[in-house]
Design a protein around this ligand. Sequence first.
Ligand code: NDP
Length: 359
Amino acid sequence: MGYPETFEGYAVTDTNQWNTVKKIEFKPKPFGPKDVDIKIIACGVCGSDVHTVNAGWGKPDLPVIPGHEIVGTVVKVGEDVSSEYKVGARVGVGAQVGACLECETCLENNETYCPDWVDTYNDFYPDGSKTWGGYSSHIRVHEHFVFPIPEKLQTNDVAPMLCAGITTYSPLVRNGAGPGKKVGIIGIGGLGHFAIMFAKALGAEVYTFSRTNSKKEDALKLGTDHFIATYEEKDWATKYARKLDLIISCGNSSKNFDLDGYLKCLRVHGKLVSVGLPEEPFTVSPATFIKNGSLLGSSHLGNRQEMIDMLKLAAEKGIKSWHEDLKVGEEGISEALKRCHDNDVHYRFVLTDYDAKFA
Ligand code: NDP
């Protein structure tokens, strides 16, 4: 068949071979009056794609097509879509494609916490239609989850911002990162590299915690003011005790994750927000929190207005992702998933050349 009845994409079909993909045809959800059809031109590869396809977060609904850092061109709009989205416009889609948009949570602009939120892939709409991510020819999305891309931002630079960027920008803003604040960032990966750039752009003094010194030069180029190699520096938690107002953890593993040490670095009632979602739980004793009244929590993506504000800030300040580009297709996706899993990426893969694979 083909567009508009069916779309094509690269799917993982076996979690034991999680970096092997094959091209499949799939049916998108029925087209609604508020829907926008987008022909995809680029998509970032997120740590969440790896957690999903290797079943680290539990068995996915196979076949699964990952990808939630999507940039594309509008090819069709529903009859009730706002005039903001015209055929031919360049737009982005992040990690969420649905929410009820009517409950108290949504009306408070917290749609990323709506009990009925729908993920961009490996999820289902209320009518039972499955969601398919951006390693695909097209995506069909409600306009609330479609974002105009400022002209100044290049496609491959901006794609990773649509998940990795917003996931760090939102908790930074919501927790007061700005002038006079000392903000710690844990883990320099896709999320972490944005966290450093956005914390700096918001005016905070930035302390970056990485496991080794191998990313020190990069962290300094990204704008960090201080760098701590936690596996290599002795007594770092004592040296930085009670210094920080806020820590955003972007670590994707809890193995040897020194949560007690990081919490010790917070001022009284300082917060550690883990946007990283390790496959294994953290362990921490309540006695750790009592020493400085520190607080531990998490944060999910960012709301529509935050996404628009972040893209504006990035355009104004010239913030770009650091990315390596690979061609969409069996080889490119396999390499991206494997190297992302192995922490061998500086600092995001972006899949490109969609026209060559999806004629
Ligand atoms: P990456 O693989 O790009 O980066 C992860 C980084 O975590 C590594 O580069 C490493 O940094 C650090 N790290 C790994 N293990 C440890 C450890 N044991 N202790 C401390 N740091 C560690 O992943 P992403 O940036 O794409 O994703 C990060 C996490 O965020 C994932 O778990 C992902 O699922 C989650 N996520 C959450 C979202 C949300 O809404 N909350 C949205 C999107 C993603 P270094 O080498 O510097 O130590």
